[in-house]
Design a protein around this ligand. Structure first.
Ligand code: NAD
Length: 330
């Protein structure tokens, strides 16, 4: 099946080509993001393969449909970038990758937490300059602290398990209880209590209308003073302006983010020689107690290999008329 692969970086091209070898789909790699302007590049492609910052809204879907696209496959778990209802109306199937190493993201979230708390990136920058001073590098023990996990699904529960191993107490907030989380001694509480009691808050729920800005000025006003916020889920979960204010006032003691609300125009590209016009991200990276990474939590050999294998499997199942295991409901 002729498949347009948008936002295709070198690693996407090599690993998807490898995974596709037995199936033999015709892959057309496109470096650009999918937008209303670039949708025409998928002309004649029955399948379109996208990533998290591609725009798959109703307008783009209508353009794709008019050009003959019948399936959209996202190389991600989250699908907030796809208007699934509009796709259903147009008869376009949408698939994602539900099961790929949740360890990749959970382990990265722990890494971010350690890095921001123990100032590891800052210390490394200092030693490269020949500065071995410890002033400004003090962190706190995670052992004995309370960690709030928002969204205790596949990733959240692994994150919780790792921090349980560190000797932390666990609080959770979710619409559904997870027995594995409770087996770790995790207790479910409302968001205000979780924010008020946790020394560390880590976000692992999907971005829905109901979770948009789940961390906002009001909830940050109630956060335990000096708490660290980690977000490896989706940028839209956090009102970034409110987080900047909370950092300035010291209410938030640290912020570690792999995702950012306005990341679509920034992430997955080298902008080091250009003038970045987004003042919020520039302000964020200027704080000594903030770490920003460019949506790389999923980026392990195991996770990417699984993402590519599942994507090819979905394309093949669709072409053969078999049921789609990873179909997104409208
Ligand atoms: P999952 O579906 O297994 O778990 C999500 C959990 O969030 C579920 O337990 C669900 O009940 C809960 N939830 C839903 N609505 C909620 C609400 N209103 N409040 C609190 N909890 C709520 O998903 P997962 O595999 O653990 O992935 C979680 C998220 O991680 C994804 O949606 C995606 O946004 C993000 N993610 C990020 C990366 C990255 O590279 N940074 C990679 C993969 C996934």
């Amino acid at each position: 099946m002729r498949t347009a692969v948008f936002s295709a970086r070198r690693y996407d091209q090599s690993l998807l080509t490898q995974a596709n070898a037995p199936a033999g789909h015709e892959l057309v790699f496109i470096q650009d993001r999918l937008t209303a302007e670039t949708a025409r590049m998928a002309a004649g492609c029955a399948a379109v393969c996208v990533f998290v910052n591609d725009s798959v809204d109703a307008d783009v879907l209508a353009r794709l449909s008019a050009q003959g696209t019948r399936i959209v496959a996202t190389r991600s778990t989250g699908y907030n970038h796809i208007d699934a209802a509009a796709a259903a109306k147009l008869g376009i199937a949408v698939v994602r990758v539900t099961d790929y190493s949740p360890h990749s993201v959970a382990e990265f979230a722990v890494g971010l937490l350690l890095a921001v708390n123990r100032k590891i990136a800052r210390a490394s920058m200092r030693t490269r300059e020949g500065n071995f001073e410890l002033e400004g590098l003090m962190g706190f023990d995670l052992h004995g602290k309370t960690v709030g996990v928002v969204g205790t699904g596949k990733i959240g529960v692994i994150f919780a398990r790792i921090l349980h191993g560190f000797g932390c107490s666990l609080l959770g907030h979710d619409v559904d209880a997870n027995a594995h989380f409770e087996a770790l001694g995790g207790q479910y509480v409302g968001m205000p209590e979780l924010m008020a009691t946790s020394d560390v808050v880590s976000l692992h729920c999907p971005l829905f209308d109901s979770t948009h800005h789940i961390v906002n000025a009001q909830s940050l006003a109630g956060v335990k003073r000096g708490a660290v916020l980690v977000n490896t889920s989706r940028g839209g979960l956090v009102d970034t302006d409110a987080a900047v204010q909370a950092l300035k006032s010291g209410q938030l003691g640290g912020l570690a983010i792999d995702v950012y609300e306005q990341e679509a125009s920034l992430f997955f590209q080298d902008l080091s020689s250009t003038i970045i016009t987004d003042d919020v991200i520039q302000r964020l990276v200027s704080f000594p107690n903030v770490i920003v990474t460019g949506h790389q939590a999923f980026f392990t050999v195991e996770a990417i290999s699984q993402i590519m294998a599942t994507t090819v499997e979905s394309l093949s199942d669709f072409e053969a008329g078999r049921p789609l295991r990873n179909r997104i409901p409208a």
